[in-house]
Design a protein around this ligand. Structure first.
Ligand SMILES: C[S@@+](CC[C@H](N)C(=O)[O-])C[C@H]1O[C@@H](n2cnc3c(N)ncnc32)[C@H](O)[C@@H]1O
Length: 213
């Protein structure tokens, strides 16, 4: 599938109807979402025929993009049941087979590297301090190939240091810097739209020991 076609399909998805500020529900726009998944697939071969998890999937944009690019299985996880309902409808509209799980990522009971790739636009931690790193911690425990994630550019040095030192990453690379459009979603937003600088990261987890037979 061509990049433009992917972006158009993602642009038609329904997004949060009543976004919850405490969960930092900001949708990833089709431009960024399509490029994130397209890069993961075309530069690194991390999507097609792979098991992909979308952490904090919201209305399912990143997971849908993974499915459209030929992922073998996609699992979308979010704490918010209303978002998951919208995500299911979006998947149905696109005739995509995606599994959705309602769960707090911090309580995800998965053991070992049971998916190939995690894609995520986690909460940045403006409401619940440290939640971005909680997401990254879990993602780097359960993925065997790679974790793609968006984080504020202002946190770049901290993210790199912590991922390599404490979170099981063998490499942590910023693939590009993007402008993330935040529309006027909440009452406290004074401006119609602002954009914030975010980094698209690719983390490679350390290999877990696999028993040889
Ligand atoms: C920035 S939004 C991204 C939504 C979606 N992935 C996208 O790209 O459009 C963050 C998402 O994380 C979810 N979330 C927040 N805290 C969570 C938690 N502890 N466990 C699971 N999901 C959570 C929110 O409900 C929200 O859907």
């Amino acid at each position: 599938m061509k990049l433009k076609q992917l972006e158009t399909l993602l642009g038609d998805l329904q997004q949060f109807t009543t976004p919850k500020v405490e969960l930092e529900q900001y949708p990833t726009g089709p431009h960024i979402a399509s490029r994130l998944l397209y890069t993961a697939e075309n530069s690194f071969d991390d999507i097609s025929n792979k098991v992909v998890a979308d952490f904090g999937c919201g209305c399912g944009t990143l997971g849908a993009a993974a499915a459209l690019l030929g992922a073998e299985q996609v699992i979308g996880i979010d704490i918010d049941p209303q978002s998951l309902e919208i995500a299911s409808m979006n998947a149905e509209d696109l005739e995509l087979d995606i599994d959705f799980v309602q769960c707090d990522i911090s309580n995800l009971g998965w053991r070992g590297q049971i998916v190939d790739t995690v894609v995520m636009n986690p909460p940045f931690g403006t409401r619940k301090k440290g939640i971005d790193m909680d997401f990254l911690f879990v993602a780097l425990k359960v993925a065997s190939l790679a974790v793609y994630s968006l984080h504020k550019t202002s946190t770049r040095d901290y993210i790199k240091r912590t991922a390599l030192r404490d979170l099981n990453a063998s490499s942590a690379e910023v693939l590009c810097e993007l402008r993330f459009d935040v529309p006027q979603l909440y009452k406290f937003h004074k401006k119609k739209e602002v954009d914030i600088a975010v980094d698209l990261w690719r983390f490679v987890p350390k290999r877990s020991r696999v028993k040889d037979n």
